[in-house]
Write a protein that binds this ligand. Structure first.
Ligand SMILES: O=C(O)CCC(=O)C(=O)O
Length: 278
């Protein structure tokens, strides 16, 4: 008995590594979250792509609340079971007429998790479509190994290192168009990417990273938030959640985690695990 997804959607995810569209919040609520995030962006004076990354939920209680929405967690539970940790959240906000893109990549190479059972929920806060740089996936890529990424550090690449899979056949890409408040889900090994925004308005999505409680960090102890069920494993320390917007204790954890991620600690750890396995 599933809680949100149909059996056919669960089967689709298992076979292809992605599923969409599901409704997480109403269109009005999505607009409300967009406004909250844009107000935060204006107040901070910085592009949210620089400040709401990897542990973006630590900036605002509203983002933690969004990550805990029952409709979202019900769908996550249908895929990974009832004991669910949120180990991260990142915004992907492209401006109108924005040349920035996301190159083909697999998160599994960079997340430092074992076993590879993470599921990403990508929640649309604006429409996401073929014109404004919708999220695209490579069906079935979750079933293969972690592939080699070239770290390009390209200027318009929105990824921390411009990490890029080479040799992907674009003709196999599947777009996952969404209306505001809808979400897609993809497995951490599913190769994904997005093109520049050719529309006049922004394209904003929030990606939430969920793991079942038995998944460990392969890069030393890290932090996460139990969002549903029971943690009988204790592999993760608790995130310092914000008690109010821009709570300095939580903001310092956000900044440290993003810094470490960008600077390669997680990647090095993932490399070590790969060497041990290989
Ligand atoms: O929003 C995008 O364009 C890319 C999203 C992404 O890379 C992710 O959700 O992991």
């Amino acid at each position: 008995m599933t809680k949100h997804l149909t059996q056919a959607q669960v089967a689709h995810f298992r076979q292809h590594g992605y599923v969409y569209p599901m409704r997480g919040v109403s269109a009005e609520e999505a607009l409300g979250y967009r406004r909250i995030i844009e107000a935060y962006e204006t107040a901070s004076g910085r592009d949210v792509n620089e400040t709401l990354k990897i542990k973006g939920h630590l900036a605002l209680p509203a983002i933690v609340e969004l990550a805990r929405r029952p409709a979202i967690l019900d769908a996550v539970e249908d895929l990974i079971g009832p004991d669910i940790l949120l180990f991260g959240a990142s915004i992907f906000a492209k401006n109108g007429r924005d040349p920035r893109y996301v190159s083909w990549h697999q998160d599994s190479t960079y997340f430092g998790l074992t076993p590879h059972e993470e599921v990403t929920v990508w929640l649309a806060l604006t429409p996401a479509n073929a014109v404004n740089g919708v999220l695209r996936v490579l069906p079935g890529s979750h079933a293969g190994p972690d592939l080699r990424h070239v770290e390009t550090h390209a200027k318009d690449n929105m990824l921390a290192k411009g990490q890029t899979l080479v040799g992907i056949d674009e003709a196999l890409a599947v777009e996952m168009p969404l209306s505001p408040g809808e979400f897609s889900m993809h497995h951490e090994r599913t190769a994904h990417s997005s093109l520049p925004n050719r529309s006049d308005d922004r394209r904003i999505g929030f990606a939430f990273f969920y793991v079942p409680a038995h998944v460990r960090s392969s890069s030393g102890r890290r932090r996460a938030t139990l969002v549903r069920g029971t943690d009988r494993f204790g592999h993760w320390d608790a995130d310092t959640l914000p008690e109010y917007d821009c709570d300095p204790r939580a903001m310092s954890e956000l900044a440290q985690t993003w810094g470490k991620y960008k600077d390669g600690e997680v990647r090095q750890a993932a490399d070590m695990v790969a060497r041990q396995a290989g």
